[in-house]
Design a protein around this ligand. Structure first.
Ligand code: Z5A
Length: 211
C-alpha cells in the first residue's frame, strides 16, 4: 500500500500553515486522518536543528545552513514520512525541498547541482505527489505577518533583495505535480482551489469544498 505525499510551499506569510490546517480539517471531517509535518522539524533532532537555524543569534555560512536543513529533512523523511506513506497514509507537509531551492539556491546562491545531489542523499529520491505553491508577493506576506504579531526569525530578517530572489524562485518553479495557486485570494478560496488539486490525487477523497 502506498500513501499520498502533498506539500504546501511559498514564501513567508503566504498562508501555508493556514492551508495545511484547513486541508487536514477537511480530510478529518470525512474520516481520513492525515499525517502533518513541517520543515524544518517534525522529529526531536529536527526540532533542535530548527531552533538553531531560526535563531537570529547565529550567523551561518550558506553551506552550513544547507546541510542543517538537509539533516533535519533526512530525519523527517526516514523516521516519519516514508513509514507513513508505506502504511498508506496521506502526508501533508508545510514546506519541503522547493523551499531549499528557493532560500538556499535562489536566496543564498548555493549551486543548484550541489543542492540536487545533497538533497537526493537526504530524501533517498522521495518526490511529492503534489506540490502546491502559494504565490504571493513578499511584501504582502510581510504585511500579513506584521498583522499576526509573530516576531521575525533569522531568515525572515534578511533584506528585501534576498526575499525577492526567494519569491522569484517559487514563482518560476515548474515540474511534475507542481501547481501554483493565487494566494492573494481569501483563505476559503485558496482552500477551494487547493482541494480541487488534492482531491484529484487522493483515492476516495470526498467532493468539493464550498466556494
Ligand atoms: N527554510 C529554508 O530556508 N530552507 C528550507 O529548506 C526550509 C525552510 C524547509 C521556516 O519558517 C523558515 O525556514 C522559513 C524558510 C526557511 N523562513 N523564512 N523566512 P516557518 O516555515 O516556520 O515559517 P514561514 O513559512 O516563514 O512563515 P509562516 O509564518 O509560517 O507563514 P505561512 O505558514 O505561509 O502563513 P500562515 O501562518 O498560514 O499565515 C500568516 C498570516 O496570514 C496569519 O495571520 C494568517 O491568518 C494570515 N493568512 C493566511 N492565509 C491568508 C489569506 N489567504 N488571506 C489573508 N490572510 C491570510
Amino acid at each position: 500500500m502506498s500513501g499520498v505525499f502533498v506539500v504546501v510551499e511559498g514564501s513567508e506569510g503566504a498562508g501555508k500553515t493556514t492551508l495545511v490546517a484547513a486541508l487536514a480539517d477537511r480530510f478529518r471531517a470525512d474520516g481520513t486522518d492525515p499525517v502533518l509535518v513541517r520543515e524544518p522539524g517534525g522529529t526531536p533532532a529536527g526540532e533542535a536543528i530548527r531552533a538553531l537555524l531560526l535563531d537570529p543569534a547565529h550567523a551561518l555560512d550558506p553551506l552550513t545552513e544547507l546541510f542543517l536543513f538537509l539533516a533535519a529533512r533526512r530525519e523527517l523523511v526516514h523516521q516519519v514520512i516514508r513509514p507513513a506513506l508505506a502504511g498508506g497514509r496521506l502526508v501533508l507537509a508545510d514546506r519541503f525541498q522547493l523551499s531549499t531551492e528557493a532560500y538556499q539556491c535562489g536566496g543564498r546562491g548555493v549551486e543548484r547541482e550541489l543542492f540536487r545531489v545533497a538533497n537526493r542523499a537526504a530524501t533517498g529520491g522521495l518526490e511529492p505527489d503534489l506540490t502546491l505553491v502559494l504565490d504571493l508577493p513578499p511584501e504582502l506576506g510581510f504585511q500579513r505577518m506584521a498583522t499576526s504579531g509573530k516576531g521575525l526569525d533569522r531568515i525572515e530578517r534578511e533584506d528585501p533583495a534576498f526575499h525577492g530572489r526567494v519569491a522569484e524562485t517559487f514563482r518560476e518553479a515548474r515540474g511534475p505535480g507542481v501547481v501554483h495557486l493565487d494566494a492573494t485570494r481569501p483563505p476559503e478560496r485558496v482552500l477551494h482551489l487547493a482541494w480541487a488539486e488534492v482531491a484529484a490525487r487522493v483515492p476516495g477523497a470526498p467532493g468539493q469544498v464550498p466556494h
